[in-house]
Design a protein around this ligand. Structure first.
Ligand code: SAM
Length: 482
C-alpha cells in the first residue's frame, strides 16, 4: 500500500488515499469540537508584523475539520477570517481574464466533457492563426489584457507546436491601444520538454485541473485516451516546475466526487508543491460540472449546493492564504458575489466557451464547452464589481517584472501590496475606462480611482500613479507599472 509522503514525486504517495480517509475520519470526529476549531481559527488568522502581516495557513487535516464543522457561530467566524485574509493580501482588487478556446479536437473520453472523442454531435473546430488574430482583436476591443487559452488534447490536431504558434500570434496582436500581456495556458498534462517550450513562449500560469483526486473515480471518469493515466496527470505540476514554470494553477471539477475528499486532496497537492519546490500553487480554480452538449450534470451524484460551495471557498482561502482563487462564468452573478467576499481574487468576464466564439455576433452554442451562467458583457461585470466595492484590475505586472513563484509570495508577505498592486490595478483600470468603457462605467470608475489613489501609503508612488493616470487620459501612452 503506498505510504503518505508529501515530498515524494509519486502521485499515490503525495495524494495518498489512506491519508485522505484518515483525514476525513479525524474531521468527522472533531467537527463540533468548539475548542479545537477555535484553536485552528486562531492559527489561521492574519498576524500583524513590523512590515505588514503574515498568515500561517492550515494543514489539510486542520482545514478539513473546518470544512466539516456544523456549528453556526464557528462557521460565521470562519467566514469573517476568510474575508479578513482576503482583504489583507488581495485588498479589494479583482483580477479579470477571459478564456480563449483554440480547438475542441480531443482524443480523450472524459465523461463530463462534451469534447470527448465519442461525441459526434458537436462540430470539431480548430482556429487558424488568422482566426486567432481575429479572436484576440475582439477580446482586446472588449478591454481584456489577460487570457487563459484552452484546448482539447489531440497530438495530431493540437500538438505543442500549434499551441506555441497560437501564443506567439496572441502576443503579436496590438489592435488600437490593445495588448494581451499575459497568456495563461490550460492544456493537457505534457512532458518536461514541452513545459520548457511553454515557459520559453512567455506563458503566465500553467493551469491543469485535477478533475478528481480520487484515483478509482478518476480512472472511471477518464476511461480512454492519454488522460486515463492518473499518475501522469497528477504529477504534471512537478514536470511543469521542472520545466521552469514557476506559477501553476490547481483545480478540482466539483460534482464528480465527494467534495470533502477533493478538498483534502487539493490541499495535499498544495503541500506537496511547497515541500518539493518551495512554492505552493499560484492559483486554485473551483469549477463545478455544468450542463453541456451531451452532458447532464445530474448524472454525477456529487453536485454541491451553493451554500457548501461558499463554505469550500472560505476554507480554501483560510488554508492557503497566498494562493489566488479563480471563479469562472460557470457560476451565476449571485454566487460570484458571495464568493468574491469569501476569497476569490480572479474572475472571468464576457466569456465565450466556444471555439471562435468572440468573433460571432450571437453566442454560439454548438462548440461550447459548457453553459455559461454569467452571460453579462465585460463592461457590465466591470461596473458590477465597482458597484460592489471591488477594483477591477487588468494588471499583469508581477509576472512581467519577474515576480513569479516565491518572489510573488514575498511581495504578498512584505506589506508592499498597497504600494505596488494597488496603483497597478488603478492604472490598468484607467486604461480600460479610457479605451473601452461605457459612459456610466467610466463615471463610476474614475470616481473610484480618485478615492482609491488616496489609500496608497507612499507619497512618491501616489504622485507617480496619479501622473500616469493623467497621461493615460490625455495620450496614447499605456502599460505603466510598478
Ligand atoms: N484538455 C485539457 C485538460 O484535459 O486538462 C484542457 C482543459 S478543458 C478545455 C478545461 C476544463 O474544463 C477541464 O479541465 C474541466 O475541468 C472543465 N470542464 C469540462 N467539462 C465541463 C463541464 N461539463 N462543466 C464544467 N466544466 C467542465
Amino acid at each position: 500500500m503506498p505510504k503518505y509522503d508529501p515530498k515524494s514525486l509519486k502521485a499515490e504517495e503525495f495524494i495518498n488515499h489512506e491519508e485522505i480517509l484518515a483525514t476525513l475520519k479525524y474531521a468527522d470526529a472533531h467537527k463540533n469540537d468548539a475548542a479545537l476549531i477555535d484553536e485552528i481559527l486562531e492559527k489561521a488568522r492574519p498576524q500583524k508584523t513590523a512590515t505588514g502581516c503574515v498568515c500561517r495557513g492550515l494543514t489539510h487535516r486542520e482545514a478539513s475539520v473546518l470544512l466539516a464543522c456544523e456549528l453556526p457561530d464557528k462557521i460565521k467566524k470562519m467566514y469573517d477570517i476568510a474575508e479578513e485574509i482576503k482583504l489583507a493580501f488581495y485588498g479589494n482588487r479583482i483580477v479579470i481574464f477571459a478564456p480563449l478556446y483554440l480547438s475542441n479536437y480531443c482524443v480523450n473520453g472524459c465523461l463530463y466533457c462534451p469534447y470527448h472523442l465519442k461525441n459526434k454531435t458537436i462540430p470539431r473546430k480548430k482556429l487558424t492563426q488568422e482566426e486567432v488574430r481575429a479572436e484576440v482583436i475582439a477580446l482586446q476591443d472588449m478591454g481584456h489584457k489577460r487570457l487563459a487559452i484552452e484546448a482539447g488534447e489531440d497530438p495530431v490536431n493540437n500538438p505543442i507546436e500549434y499551441i506555441l504558434e497560437c501564443i506567439k500570434t496572441i502576443y503579436s496582436v496590438h489592435h488600437k491601444n490593445g495588448d494581451i500581456r499575459r497568456v495563461n495556458v490550460n492544456i493537457a498534462a505534457t512532458t518536461v520538454e514541452n513545459y520548457r517550450k511553454l515557459k520559453e513562449a512567455g506563458i503566465g500560469t500553467y493551469i491543469l485541473f485535477q478533475e478528481t483526486y480520487h484515483k478509482e473515480s478518476y480512472e472511471r471518469l477518464h476511461p480512454t485516451g492519454p488522460k486515463h493515466n492518473y499518475a501522469y496527470h497528477t504529477e504534471a505540476m512537478d514536470r511543469a516546475m521542472e520545466g521552469g514554470i514557476d506559477d501553476v494553477g490547481l483545480g478540482v471539477l466539483f460534482g464528480l466526487e465527494l467534495y470533502r475528499y477533493e478538498f483534502a486532496g487539493l490541499l495535499m497537492h498544495a503541500e506537496h508543491l511547497e515541500a518539493v519546490h518551495g512554492v505552493g500553487p499560484h492559483t486554485i480554480s473551483v469549477p463545478r460540472v455544468k450542463r453541456a452538449d451531451d452532458i447532464d450534470p445530474d448524472e454525477f451524484d456529487n453536485g454541491i449546493s451553493d451554500e457548501i460551495f461558499e463554505k469550500l471557498t472560505a476554507c480554501i482561502r483560510i488554508a492557503v492564504p497566498y494562493t489566488g482563487m479563480i471563479v469562472s462564468t460557470r457560476e451565476t452573478e449571485q454566487v460570484r458575489r458571495e464568493m468574491l467576499r469569501l476569497g476569490i481574487s480572479q474572475v472571468s468576464g464576457g466569456s465565450r466557451t466556444s471555439v471562435g466564439g468572440y468573433t460571432t455576433e450571437e453566442r454560439p452554442h454548438d462548440t461550447e464547452q459548457f453553459d455559461v451562467s454569467d452571460q453579462r458583457s465585460l463592461d457590465e461585470v466591470v461596473r458590477w464589481l465597482m458597484e460592489n466595492g471591488h477594483i477591477p484590475s487588468f494588471c499583469t505586472a508581477c509576472y512581467r517584472e519577474g515576480r513569479t513563484g516565491d518572489r510573488f509570495m514575498s511581495l504578498c508577505k512584505s506589506g508592499q501590496i498597497l504600494n505596488c498592486c494597488h496603483p497597478n490595478a488603478l492604472m490598468t483600470l484607467a486604461e480600460y475606462l479610457v479605451d473601452y468603457a461605457e459612459p456610466e462605467t467610466k463615471k463610476i470608475g474614475f470616481k473610484m480611482i480618485e478615492e482609491e489613489l488616496a489609500k496608497i501609503p507612499n507619497e512618491k508612488v501616489r504622485t507617480i500613479a496619479r501622473e500616469n493616470i493623467e497621461a493615460i487620459k490625455s495620450s496614447n501612452r499605456r502599460d505603466f507599472r510598478f
